[in-house]
Ligand binder design. Structure first.
Ligand code: AHM
Ligand code: MG
Length: 334
């Protein structure tokens, strides 16, 4: 009879965090606590998204977010869950969320961290059951700072940790620390734990897949047009894959290789995606997994400093060689 082999040495996210903390004798445990609060918010958001159609959360909440997009009920709930988790862990002083125009400052005098997040990215896809996710970046505050939104106006090279979740067939968590590996966890619903299923993710150096909203091509600058055309005219033409949900497009790109792009264009000269809680954290993940990420000026995305907390940028991220092609074509155009 089929004897199931049971792995009794599972690495849960909690175990992983404890082991990481143990590697740093100077650590106070604050960061670990903050990550536990993050984990709880991911689990809750995943749960509510699954339940959404059942408990009739889909539909408009009747308010708009900072950019005037229609705000869905789940956006509001996801944001509230995230804010509550960050406040209650007591380790976060400032929080910037896509859903709040102003930074949220918590009254925790000893807190040493600042967090940027998009609680439910890709939410326009929610009612169609397409994968959405949470993107986050964590900064350690400089000694003695008061805690204001200016404390987040730093490049992603200053992030101590970053990552994203994708609430798909199962909830996935991709997490990386400064200068460290990229680790992928999968939510085991029966255990209620994120399990380390993709240790030390290294993305393929190249792959013939491109992912962008080609409906915008009319507005693209010449180098971008030339680049996409070259992919389509390649000896073996590239495959197009575009979900329209950054976490899902990025997750596929990380696993299979290829490139995801949302360039700045004539209609949106600053791009669409946000530096602090979309481009920056994703760029850190991709670089740590062996890929590249640049903005529309071909600067390393992780070095770009936002002037305002909700600033946007063009972005190209993916396999090392695929992004290099974009850089080379832009260089040629000067
Ligand atoms: P959101 O933060 O309002 O959800 O918007 C971000 C999303 C990304 O997930 C996705 O990559 C992009 O917007 C899709 O934009 P478009 O519909 O213009 O292709
Ligand atoms: Mg978003």
């Amino acid at each position: 009879v089929g004897k199931e082999t049971i792995n009794t040495e599972i690495v849960t996210l909690s175990r992983y965090l404890s082991e990481e903390q143990a590697k740093h004798p100077e650590a106070t445990g604050d960061f670990t606590l903050l990550c536990h609060a993050l984990q709880f918010s991911f689990k809750s958001i995943a749960y509510y998204i699954r339940r959404a159609s059942l408990i009739n959360l889909s539909g408009l909440a009747g308010s708009s977010n900072t950019t005037g997009d229609d705000q869905k009920k789940l956006d509001v709930i996801g944001n509230d869950i995230f804010i509550a988790a960050m406040r209650s862990c007591g380790r976060v002083k400032v929080l910037v969320s896509e859903e709040n125009e102003e930074a949220i400052v918590f009254d925790h005098p000893d807190a040493r961290y600042a967090v940027a997040c998009d609680p439910i990215d890709g939410s326009s896809n929610l009612d169609a059951g397409v994968s959405v996710g949470t993107i986050f970046g964590i900064y350690r505050l400089k000694e003695g700072v008061k805690g204001t939104k200016e404390d987040l106006l730093h490049p992603a090279t200053d992030l101590v940790a970053a990552g994203f979740t994708m609430y798909g067939a199962s909830a996935q968590l991709v997490l990386t620390m400064k200068g460290g590996a990229v680790n992928g966890f999968t939510m085991d619903n029966a255990l209620g734990e994120f399990i380390l299923t993709h240790p030390d993710m290294q993305m393929p150096k190249k792959r013939a897949i491109y992912s962008c909203n080609e409906g915008n091509s009319k507005y693209w600058e010449e180098p971008v047009k030339e680049w996409v055309e070259s992919l389509k005219q390649a000896e073996k033409p590239y495959s197009a894959r575009y979900i329209g949900s950054m976490v899902a497009d990025a997750y596929r790109t990380l696993l299979y290789g290829g490139i995801f792009a949302y360039p700045a264009d004539k209609k949106s000269p600053k791009g669409k995606l946000r530096i602090l809680y979309e481009c920056g954290p994703m760029a850190m993940v991709f670089e740590n997994a062996g890929g590249q990420a640049v903005d529309s000026k071909m600067r390393r995305m992780v070095t770009v400093v936002p002037e305002h907390i909700h600033d946007r940028s063009g972005i190209f991220l993916g396999s090392y060689e695929e992004v290099q092609k974009v850089i080379d074509i832009h260089k040629k155009h000067g």
